[in-house]
Design a protein around this ligand. Structure first.
Ligand code: GAL
Length: 342
């Protein structure tokens, strides 16, 4: 009996040793699909939802999703994506912190035969993208711009904020909004007090810009185009300090809880609802399709300065005080008690 046990142990040792000997350091390919996901940040609530949705959906479908989150830092995101390549991912979902800097990662993926989905934010300066999956972002800007001109009267002084200059979305949002606002500026109906991009989308940067602009204009400002709820929040802090919160028309985007609550209390005029639950699931579906060589259903194309990237663009919705319950609560995106505090 003892001898059998010793033999078994020896066999196990030799077998284990041999498999270790033949291990090459390459990730094992057991046939299971491995998706890499690189997100730029978790600062805004929406990015947390994107991550949570994809995590849950991947688990439901039984695919291996490897997630990396960079803290709005290009070097960090680059290192994280290279790490995903080393893990042997089959497909990459990449939401870039810096649109142009991420091009080299896409080119590297192409060399390794890994398809790339540009998620929410477009990666510019590369011919190697497979798909841009996002919302109609010029449409987001149009929703903001239309609300703005409908609510800011002629004869107003205005502040124009745009998102981070490293994020291609910032330009698309602004393009859409200015379709409505620029004619008002050209006709002299609006006077622009400040027109600036907000580095890294940081609320504190928006706060500083608005604080300065209010000083310059002697607090005589009637409208602020804010590209998302985070920057709107920063701008509203600056307004509060001057006793102006609620008196100045201000836009937003992302249907964050803070933004929704400000709409209810009357300090923010609107937000834009982009259902990140839908976007997240669409990304996993697209990743699976790409990995198995299937065609995707595109409904648009967006120029990334090299080519028109085949795109899947979801629809954004305007949220104001009169439809907030229907759009955000009834859809289950936010809870009634969170939004209305009861
Ligand atoms: C944009 C995104 C917005 C907002 C912003 C700041 O690219 O589309 O929803 O979250 O980044 O992260």
């Amino acid at each position: 009996m003892k001898r059998i046990i010793v033999l078994l142990c020896l066999f196990a040792f030799l077998f284990g040793g041999a498999s270790a000997l033949f291990a090459t350091g390459e990730p094992e390919d057991d046939g299971e699909l491995v998706i890499g996901l690189s997100l730029p940040t978790q600062r805004e609530e929406r990015w947390v939802r994107d991550r949570e949705t994809m995590e849950a959906y991947a688990e439901e479908l039984g695919v291996d999703l490897r997630i990396q989150v960079a803290d709005a830092n290009t070097a960090e995101q680059t290192a994280q994506v290279e790490n995903l390549f080393a893990q042997g991912i089959d497909v990459l979902i990449l939401a870039p912190h810096d649109a142009a800097a991420a091009a080299s990662l896409v080119d590297q993926a192409e060399d390794e035969g890994i398809p790339v989905i540009s998620y929410d934010r477009l990666i510019t300066n590369t011919p190697n993208l497979d798909v841009y999956l996002s919302f109609d972002n010029v449409g987001v800007g149009r929703i903001q711009g239309e609300f703005f001109v409908n609510n800011v009267p002629d004869g107003s002084n205005i502040i124009i904020l745009a998102g981070a200059p490293t994020d291609n979305n910032a330009f698309l949002f602004k393009e859409g909004a200015m379709e409505f606002i620029q004619p008002k500026i050209d006709s002299g109906a609006y006077t622009v007090v400040a027109d600036q991009f907000v580095d890294n989308w940081l609320p504190e940067n928006a706060l500083a810009i608005v604080e300065n602009a209010l000083t310059t204009a002697g607090n005589d400002v009637q409208g602020i185009l804010a590209p998302n709820d985070g920057t709107a929040g920063g701008a509203i802090v600056a307004l509060e300090a001057q006793g102006l919160a609620g008196d100045v028309v201000i836009t937003g985007q992302d249907a964050s809880l803070a933004g929704a609550r400000r709409i209810v209390e009357g300090t923010q005029g609107m937000t834009v609802f982009k259902d990140t639950r839908e976007l997240g699931r669409a990304a996993i579906d697209a990743a699976i399709a790409l990995a198995s060589g299937e065609d995707l259903d595109f409904n648009g194309a967006v120029d990334n300065q090299v080519f028109d990237v085949p795109s899947i663009l979801l629809t954004p919705f305007s949220v104001e005080s009169d439809n907030i319950e229907e759009v955000l609560v009834d859809s289950g995106y936010l809870s009634r008690s969170e939004v209305f505090g009861n």
